[in-house]
Ligand binder design. Structure first.
Ligand code: HEC
Length: 745
């Protein structure tokens, strides 16, 4: 067995277990071993017949979205509107990690399989959270430099006794579902000089397992790889955007795609189009649907100077999984320049449309429109915006093309306020479709970005961020950024006044009727943080977690808040539900992280309780939910060393810090990276060893000597010392005045 698969018979940390009263009484009477001692006998035996008959075993959750259509809906109804007040804690499992958790667990035959930070996998007894095994892939800390959006992983696929997971570095693993042993692994990355990572769940499609990658903020050229389920042999590869025209085309579809790009495009930067999340395999039609990502460079005028649609950016592709050939495609955002990915989760369902039952594919991508397609043909049946949108005036159903309002949003002619924001009207967080109410429960974000072109002839930086533009949230907070010239700030403020909606940024749980294409109810929340994934159940319930650590339960029909459980850990992933031995559970992975949310919620549970990952399960008549211990007071700030550098050096350091370090060190609870305004004397002493020479690379702090010189590191250090002095002086002044000091985050 390889060293990095660990099998443990007992949980790593004691899993708290809320025993039902009856079991307690039985145990007290000494009436033999508890039910929990029974070990599962079958491991991950999901196959085509079982997947097609998912409703026959409603206690299982067989794919990331339960069934093949991935509606994130459970037919279980033991927990329902009438008794949900009795929902309480069943068990928890501590992952021991401190970064974002985004996966929806799979439960089959009493075992829960799920993934965590950088592609860790956990197999738990779903009755009590006891660990059966866990798997930690070996991922070099240097890979973190290529990850835009934390070290998240959006799930595993389980099929015929194997668990498939893609680690952050793009290594695809097939694990034995019984033991966690590695059966095969394949490096899915074609070019390690470029910034490729994998964060999505692999998808089993017929005889292959398919995985894409992320990296369009950097210099990735998106592609999909399909491997034989048993041998791990590469079956096919599909490039999503064309490469340098002087090289042969890897797949025939690129002929069509290339006609939509300027031959003089910036091929060096990769083009983007990365398929970093949604994939759904339809076993009835034998089609694999894949959503593709945004462009690299963002700015089309710089990327493909003569314009063009730039296929297959921001598209849905329907592929034949046997051959890897394209069957149909639909491009949601021709010529993307706003970070509008079509990678958001897709749901397959049967909907009554125009007097017929249509086999549809539904998606609510970042661009703010809710799309309904005929999934046999790709015909667009309807599209309507679910949040404020200004990049397009609508979608023309005759041509299938968006009516793009370039005047409103083309930032090559000056800064623009673009709705939705780059985080999207809806992002990766799963939506849920309840076939009984006919409603989609959708986590939405009503927000805009200022976008401005800062390229002036973009210089390609291999393996690094290459967006070439500036995007910032339209809030007063960000307009206070030190880098803004007073003139630009005035310009942006003026623009903001034209769009009062921009000041009403909020998140909202929206119940959307996909046939009528309209909202039925909405539950808005202040700020834009609560975008957690959603579960709906036949108990007429909708579940969603919050950034502040609440698990909320709503009435599916009218959005009335029925129950709130304070867990003490931020929740962004989707809850799921399963049942064992007649008991229905709701489970969710909890820990804050991911990309896009550059300003953390000051009320985030992560600030009070830290961000240790937990898997939490609930049931009727469970106990009170334990919360993590509040973070210890960090104590007084150490006095920083003297600042010897000039103001110009400090300023240069600030720029280098923003370019290279801020993505991890700005948002302390998000990344698990330390607050660099509180460095100890020992850390100041060894600053360059840590920053330039990889002293803490194994702990996730990358090495920088390939891009930063000693002088650069000194400048960053000087900038951090100046920040530390500001904070230290403020704290001392507060102490002198006898006022409590709130540590700036
Ligand atoms: C991909 C995320 C990431 C990036 C980018 C990053 N760091 Fe770090 N850094 C970390 C993590 C994680 C740690 C904590 C490692 C440990 O456990 O000791 C860390 C630790 C440090 C420490 C030690 C601090 C202490 O008090 O122990 C310093 C100094 C530091 N980083 C400086 C930098 C600088 C300067 C940059 C930019 C050139 C940078 N980091 C970029 C993740 C990052």
């Amino acid at each position: 067995m390889p060293s990095h698969a660990t099998i443990r018979p007992a949980p790593r940390r004691a899993a708290h277990l809320a025993l039902p009263l009856l079991a307690l009484l039985l145990a007290a009477c000494g009436s033999g071993p508890r039910d929990t001692a029974r070990k599962p006998e079958s491991f991950g035996q999901i196959d085509r017949a079982r997947l097609l008959a998912a409703d026959a075993t409603p206690g299982d959750w067989l794919t990331s979205g339960r069934d093949f259509g991935k509606g994130h809906y459970s037919p279980l109804e033991q927990i329902n509107r009438d008794n949900v007040a009795r929902l309480g804690f069943a068990w928890e499992y501590h992952t021991g990690t401190r970064r974002g958790l985004e996966a929806t667990p799979i439960v089959v035959d009493g075992v829960m399989y799920t993934s965590g930070v950088a592609g860790r996998v956990y197999a738990l007894d779903a009755r009590n959270g006891e660990e059966l095994w866990h798997f930690t892939p070996e991922v070099d800390g240097q890979v973190n430099r290529k990850a835009c959006c934390d070290q998240v992983n959006r799930g595993v696929s389980v099929w015929k006794g194997k668990v498939y997971v893609a680690a952050l570095d793009g290594m695809l693993y097939a694990l034995d579902a019984r033991s966690g042993e590695v059966l095969w692994k394949q490096d899915t990355i074609v070019d390690h000089r470029r910034a490729y990572t994998s964060t999505g769940a692999p998808e089993v499609a017929g005889g292959v397992v398919v995985i894409g990658n992320a990296g369009a903020e950097y210099d990735a050229r998106g592609y999909l790889s399909a491997y034989d389920l048993d041998s791990g042999r590469l079956a096919w590869r599909f490039y999503i955007v064309p490469g340098d025209p002087s090289q042969p085309r890897e797949n025939p579809e690129l002929e069509l795609a290339a006609r939509t790009w300027d031959p003089k495009s910036r091929w060096d930067v990769g083009g983007g189009g990365t398929a970093w999340d949604a994939m759904v395999y339809d076993p009835e039609l034998d089609l694999l649907y894949v959503g593709t990502g945004n462009a690299a460079l963002y700015n089309r005028a710089k990327r493909s100077p003569k314009g063009g649609d730039n296929l297959f950016l921001s598209s849905i592709l329907a592929l034949n999984p046997r051959t890897g050939r394209l069957v149909w495609y639909y491009q949601e955002v021709p010529g993307d320049m706003w970070d509008y990915t079509a990678t958001q989760p897709m749901v397959l369902a049967d909907l009554p449309i125009g007097g017929m039952t249509r086999k549809v594919l539904m998606q609510a991508p970042k661009n703010g429109f809710f799309y309904v397609f005929d999934r046999r043909t790709g015909e667009l049946l309807s599209a309507k915006n679910f949040v404020p949108v200004d990049w397009a005036k609508g979608i023309d159903l005759k041509t299938g093309r968006p009516l793009v309002d370039r005047d409103a949003v083309d930032y090559t002619t000056g800064p623009k306020l673009v709705f939705p924001a780059t985080m999207g009207g809806h992002n990766w967080n799963p939506m849920s479709f309840d076939p009984r109410t006919g409603l989609v429960y959708l986590p939405t974000l009503h927000a805009a970005n200022y976008m401005l072109d800062t390229t002036r002839g973009h210089e390609y930086r291999p393996g690094r961020l290459n967006m070439g533009i500036t995007a910032m949230l339209a809030t007063g907070l960000q307009l206070g950024s030190p880098g803004l010239s007073p003139q630009l700030r005035r310009q942006l403020e003026q623009l903001g006044r034209k769009y009062p909606e921009a000041r009403d940024m909020h998140a909202s749980l929206t119940a959307w009727d996909p046939v009528a294409q309209q909202a039925v109810w909405e539950y808005p929340t202040p700020g834009w943080w609560d975008r957690g994934g959603v579960l709906s159940t036949a108990g007429d319930l909708v579940f969603q977690g919050t950034d502040t650590g609440l698990l909320r339960v709503f009435d599916a029909h009218d959005g009335k808040l029925l129950k709130e459980i304070d867990t003490g850990t931020s929740i962004i992933a989707a809850p799921m539900s399963y049942s064992i031995d007649g008991v229905q559970y709701v489970a969710v992975m909890a820990a804050w992280g991911g990309g896009g949310w550059f300003i953390t919620n000051p009320k985030s549970a992560a600030y009070t309780y830290g961000n240790e990952g937990r898997i939490l399960a609930f049931r009727l008549d469970g106990g009170p939910t334990p919360k993590p211990a509040p973070l210890a007071d960090p104590g007084p700030r150490p006095m920083p060393p003297p600042l010897g550098a000039s103001a110009a050096t400090v300023q240069r350091g600030a720029r280098l810090f923003a370019e290279n370090c801020g993505i991890c060190h700005q948002n302390v609870p998000r990344s698990g990276a330390p607050d660099l305004t509180r460095m100890s004397p020992a850390v100041h002493q060894t600053f360059n060893d840590i920053v330039l020479h990889g002293q803490r690379r194994a702990l996730g702090m990358p090495q920088w000597d390939d891009v930063l010189s000693e002088a650069d590191a000194d400048a960053i250090h000087a900038y951090l010392i100046s920040l530390a002095w500001d904070a230290y002086r403020a704290e001392q002044a507060g102490l002198r005045a006898g006022t409590p000091v709130v540590a700036p985050h």
